[in-house]
Design a protein around this ligand. Structure first.
Ligand code: GRG
Length: 302
């Protein structure tokens, strides 16, 4: 059970992350204002802001001081939000609600939903490449470029997009195996957790070994996060999870719950969370809040 101290710190950090992310949103003006409005609607719709918080905590854990962290926090949240907007489209999961309100395509139409996701992904490269170009020295430029590379790699064909592609193909072909399930969840969900922790560490100038530890920690916590998501899709209500429950079953998706059942899934979440925490403990630095955050996610209800 999370302590009151942890809860109030999380609230504070969530509101800081939120403020940072929103400060990078586009202006709603000109002939392109509709897409800017759709982008802003999607990003302003709330959410836990987990990925930018993870990034900032890894950054602080390794003694980071680079002001570019703000742009990178916005960037990871923009990648996440683009993936949600596209995931909700008719061509994907066809979901009408997310974060307790109508999805972006449900409000702005399918075409604008596609464009809003595209625009967000481009914003990622606009705001992070500006940070690389404006670096005050070569060392900082290398750290920023590495952080940018991590985001691109983990979000792309060998990361999140690859996982989503495997998910769509499995659905279409009726394929199912433990190996495939693990691949899908590692790629489509854990990769952005990995990217958050790794990019935070990279911006702080952490060593290659430390960045690798962040990757391993993000992988274990990310898979646990997805299994918890699968559990909530079965046991949660729209009030709790902000979207229609039972979406996986409706779409005939293979999930951890459909393969292993609820009890085994709960056990796996605990096991993976312990693994993430133990990697973090051995990673050097003071993981204080980050440990508490990862531990709290195993019992999350939204
Ligand atoms: C290029 C068409 C195209 C798609 C990109 C759509 C996509 C690839 C990937 C989707 C991956 C996806 C939506 C995975 C689910 C991950 C997940 C559990 C998301 C929910 O994260 P939370 O709970 O959300 O952090 P909030 O709302 O709190 O931000």
């Amino acid at each position: 059970m999370a302590s009151d101290g942890f809860k109030s710190l999380l609230k504070e950090k969530t509101s800081e992350a939120e403020k940072t992310v929103l400060s990078f949103l586009p202006e709603e003006s000109g002939f392109q204002r509709d897409v800017a409005e759709a982008v802003n609607y999607g990003v302003r719709s709330g959410g836990k802001r987990l990925r930018p918080i993870l990034m900032k905590e890894a950054f602080l854990m390794y003694g980071g001081q680079d002001p570019a962290i703000d742009a990178f926090m916005a960037a990871i949240e923009f990648i996440h939000n683009y993936s949600l907007i596209h995931d909700d489209l008719e061509a994907m999961d066809n979901d009408e609600y997310r974060r307790g309100i109508k999805t972006t395509h449900a409000v702005y139409g399918e075409g604008m939903g596609v464009l809003a996701g595209d625009a967000l992904l481009n914003l990622v490269y606009e705001i992070t490449s500006s940070q690389v170009m404006d670096s005050p020295d070569m060392e900082t430029m290398k750290r920023r470029a590495l952080a940018q590379h991590i985001l691109a790699d983990k979000a792309g064909i060998n990361g999140m997009v690859g996982g989503q592609s495997a998910d769509l193909s499995a659905e279409k072909r009726g394929e199912a195996s433990e190996e495939l399930l693990l691949f899908m969840d590692e790629k489509k969900t854990a990769c952005l957790m990995e990217a958050s922790l790794m990019a935070g560490a990279a911006l702080a100038g952490a060593s290659e070994d430390d960045i690798r530890s962040m990757e391993e920690c993000g992988s274990a916590m990310g898979i646990a996060f997805q299994i918890r998501d699968d559990i909530l899709d079965v046991t949660g209500s729209r009030e709790e999870i902000g979207k229609d429950a039972g979406s996986d079953e409706k779409n005939g998706k293979m999930t951890y719950v459909s393969v292993y059942g609820l009890e085994e899934c709960r056990r796996k979440v605990e096991e993976l969370t312990d693994k993430a925490l133990s990697i973090l403990k051995d990673a050097g630095g003071d993981p204080g809040f980050l440990s508490d955050l990862i531990a709290s996610l195993s019992g999350r209800s939204k």
